[in-house]
Design a protein around this ligand. Structure first.
Ligand SMILES: [Cu+2]
Length: 252
């Protein structure tokens, strides 16, 4: 039932979700109001102006200037209202924090993800640690709950798209260009992430998990990566990307 209220969206798990959620709900409500009005007018015309006598032509209303003026004005108003609310939602979703508490540099590579946690200044970790995913081993992105995270997205090869449906957030990952966004996960739990841009043969397998945990668990996880020797930042090869690929991909 609640999913009906969200018009099919999943339960949200980020601070940016309400902007998209409200825009989505509002657009549906507006569409339904307009739809009901249009259907009503169609059926009203069908029944009210049915031809009743064989050779009687109904009154014609072509070249009715006020009516045609309205046909132009009303759609413009509809688009104007949708545009206004879209801009408001967009500003909220893309708003950058002054000082995000964590930074994760993400690389999309055919066909998995690499996560670099830039935690040099975190006393519990004191290093940049990373996890490289492969087709065989889907990577997990671990995030602390209620703390702001900046994502810097880069690609090692082609255009991918970083998407966590429960965060209501998706952003393209483009070679030679860094796309950034900030988000604060608001709910502990495990969520699914995927690539949302057809990027090659195994695009559909380009998945990752997102685990939102307490701060203590987050630090513990990163310390574990450090202990494993997964330190230092993995960077995408320089653009254009005809040359080197990530080591993990070469080994395949
Ligand atoms: Cu991809």
């Amino acid at each position: 039932m609640q999913q009906w209220g969200r018009v099919g969206l999943p339960e949200s798990a980020s601070d940016r979700a309400p902007f998209i959620g409200h825009l989505w709900q509002g657009a549906w409500i507006a569409s339904m109001v307009i739809g009901v009005l249009v259907w009503g007018l169609i059926f009203w015309c069908i029944f009210r102006y049915r031809r009743k006598h064989a050779d009687e032509l109904p009154r014609q209303s072509r070249y009715n200037i006020p009516l045609e003026f309205m046909y132009t004005l009303v759609p413009l108003m509809i688009i104007g209202v949708l545009f206004y609310f879209t801009v408001i939602a967009q500003d909220g979703v893309t708003r950058k924090e002054h000082a995000p508490q964590h930074t994760v540099n993400v690389i999309g590579q055919k066909w998995s993800w690499t996560f670099n946690y830039m935690e040099e200044s975190n006393p519990q970790v004191g290093a940049v640690v990373h996890e490289v995913g492969t087709l065989e081993k889907i990577p997990t992105l671990v995030l602390p709950v209620n703390q702001s995270v900046r994502f810097n997205l880069n690609s090692a090869d082609v255009i991918h798209s970083f998407w966590v449906p429960d965060f209501y957030y998706k952003l393209d990952v483009i070679p030679g260009r860094t796309n950034s966004f900030d988000v604060t996960p608001t709910k502990e739990g495990t969520f699914l992430g995927k690539c949302a841009e057809l990027c090659g043969t195994y695009h559909a397998a380009m998945l990752f998990n997102v685990r939102v945990v307490s701060e203590a668990e987050y630090n513990q996880y990163l310390a574990g990566l450090r202990t494993n020797g997964q330190t230092g930042e993995i960077k995408p090869p320089s653009f254009p990307t005809t040359g080197p690929v990530l080591k993990e991909e070469q080994n395949r």
